[in-house]
Design a protein around this ligand. Sequence first.
Ligand code: ADP
Ligand code: MG
Length: 880
Amino acid sequence: MQPSLEKLRKFFRLEHENSYSNTAVIGGLANILNYWEGEARNDNLPEDVVQATVQTLHAYADQAPEQRAEALISLWKQIQDEVPEAAAARKQTASRLPASEPEKAEAPARQGNPVEPPVSEEKPEAVPVVEAPAAASADTPPLPAPQPVPPVHQQADPQKNRPQANPKGKGSGRADSRPGGVTSKRPIALNASLTVLAGVGPKHASMLTRLGLNTLGDMLYNFPRRYDDYSQLKPIRDVFYGQQVTVIGTLTMVDSRQVRGGKMSIIEAVINDGTAGLRLTWFNKPWLINRLKVGEAISVSGTIDQYLGRLVMNSPDWEPVEAENLHTNRIVPIYSLTANVTQLWLRKLMHQVVVYWAPKLTDHLPDAIRQAANLPELGTALLQAHFPDSQEKLKAARQRLAFDEIFFLQTGVLRQRRDYQSVAGRVFEVENAWLETRLSALPFALTNSQKKAIGDIRLDLKSGKPMNRLLQGDVGSGKTVVAALAAAMINQSGAQVAVMAPTSILAEQHYRNFLSLLAGEGGPLKPEQIRLLVGDTAGGEKDEIRAGLADGTIKVVIGTHALIEDPVTFADLQFVVVDEQHRFGVEQRAALRSKGTHPHLLVMTATPIPRSLALTVYGDLDLSVMDDMPPGRQAIETHVLTPRERERAYTLVKGQAASGYQAFIIYPLVEDDGSGETPSPLLAATQEHERLQKEVFPHLKLGLLHGRMKPDEKDAVMLAFRDRKYDVLISTTVVEVGVDVPNATVMMVEGANRFGLAQLHQLRGRVGRGEAQSYCLLIPDHEDAAENERLQAMAETNDGFILAERDLQQRGPGEFLGTRQAGYATSLKMASLSDIPLIEKAREQAQALFARDPDLKNPENALLSEALGRFWGSTKGDVS
Ligand code: ADP
Ligand code: MG
């Protein structure tokens, strides 16, 4: 069929679905005539068909629905009479129009008809969601039928499938296209391609692709970046300067003039709403002169400005008041754009898509859950999230959509957890006496949290299931010794342990700790059974370590990602420890694990997370929280200084150095804004190192450490600092992670406003590790930034959990949770992980559901199961 007729058919059909409400096209069906006439002539349609169409559509808006139905049907009949191609599609279209035969008699006509929404019997599965994209063939009307073409054998005899169609009433929601029927609840193809949408050709589709919008589902879930609230209509008399308003009035004057020698044109108009007049001005939009007509009513939205003492509105959005007030007079969504896509065009398209499709979505959330959580239906939520009727409805909509995300996340991790536990883990049991001996060999008594964590791990190891435990403890809480003791429990029966740390400095530090904890005098291991494997371990030594791991003579290997390089194999790897786990990607952790058969896993993090959040994001892992610190630590004194007070900081550093202590001075990476050339990250640390050495601390020894140095250079500097060869270490944040220098008492952070709270807290954790009073000095790079809320929070508390919550609120979870969260970033569009009440609600529901139907096998959870699959589709299985 000719494309222009195809379009007509599409819109007529849509009109029918919409009960002839003249909403198939935004602004009314007649709007298509702007372009349709030209296309129709291009298609060589008979002139009287073109004329009849033009007349019918022009008259359409003013008719009652019955008249409209009649008009469209007779127009289509005329078209079929005159255009053979349209006649071929006769049955299909006729059957959709109201005058057609009763529902049952239609069934045979459906055969081979890809246009008709398939009734459920055409897809006998229990799940009434259609996932196949619309066939792109020219016979398939784009809108609204991105249903799959039923397989031929089913089409051939739909009656045959009928008996199994509605055993549970499943199909009832689909029989919605019957004349006058309510159009709702038909499962739709979220993955239908965008070219099926009215007004979207291949060219538009490629523009949308650049916005990441490839399917109908992408569109529905393409939420506005923000909203402009024009919903507060005001009498013009009451508006005031600076207000953002929508007013409606009649144009009493429209004028255009040229200024700046014709370089610029100005359109001026006045509208009056009976209470007062308001002057409107548009710049460089000369075409408006033909569209704004004195005497016509329009609505305008914008900000009230002032010109020569009068209130004016500059370049307001406007539209005739008969229209749907889509762009004004309501809360208007603002979408992200890309080149060649205008807000107006996209918004119209979104409106068309959302208004049509959202109500037709079948909610994947079972009613019971939705009601228990007191949430609106999915269709309503999507509609309101795009084109909200009020702020309250918008809020409810966002809650609903956020709930889905958290709920999916939680359901996914619960499954993950079950999967972990579905395999056997080797049992490792230790005697109390053995543990006593190990504990008494330590240079200190364990804190209560450490004891509790050890107890948790001990239970895990004898459970017969692989351990999957997250050990969460603030910096300095003493996680290493817990990991070392756990390792000893494994080694005790001869099995192997791998410990992976994000940097070689940290790996080396762990190596030393493990050596002294496990291979000291009377320790369970010999020093040569514990080895360090990092990127720049010498080639010969690497070979030797690999051989030792492969034949089982080496019991503990500590290293960096070098551990997961291919040639490393283990004789019997039973325990994997990942330190600072947020620094690793999912794949890296999985890679290390895969070197053993279901080894026990302990991941450690110093990133404090509110418990409910941890249970959601890390719900697949068991959680041990270490919330008390080894004794004897003094709270670190934190001060926020202005740049002018920097001298005070230097004085403190000098004083501490004179007493034999050491200091860190941290610099952010800053953008070079000097030359006007392409900005490049500038290492402030390098420049400052020179200046400080010459001008500020000429009598002290200053070291320099930054990420651009080679790993062995970094290690050398770090080790020299630890061995007190430097008084002050000038560094970037590479020292952030886990390095232990108990003699350091000052952490001075320049450009502190550039760091997140969690990161600042980590940095602060580098000091205060010994007995001496330690200091953290935060210097933002502007005077006024000294008021920076985040920095004050640092000064107010040493509690990582409190800071974590503030960081979450201020920067969002992406920054905060690191790599793990990054994987979800695309999935979590609505949910704020700082909305703890919502998280708890979703978690409760997910748990209850999981307890009832873990595999979502019950029919009422079928849709949910599919939605869950979509949500997790792009995310890897192993999320630990
Ligand atoms: P983190 O949890 O940040 O990894 P570490 O394991 O590096 O902390 O421990 C920090 C410091 O505290 C180390 O010097 C460690 O030896 C020491 N430490 C650990 N546990 C105790 C304890 N129970 N009593 C005293 N000092 C401890
Ligand atoms: Mg640590």
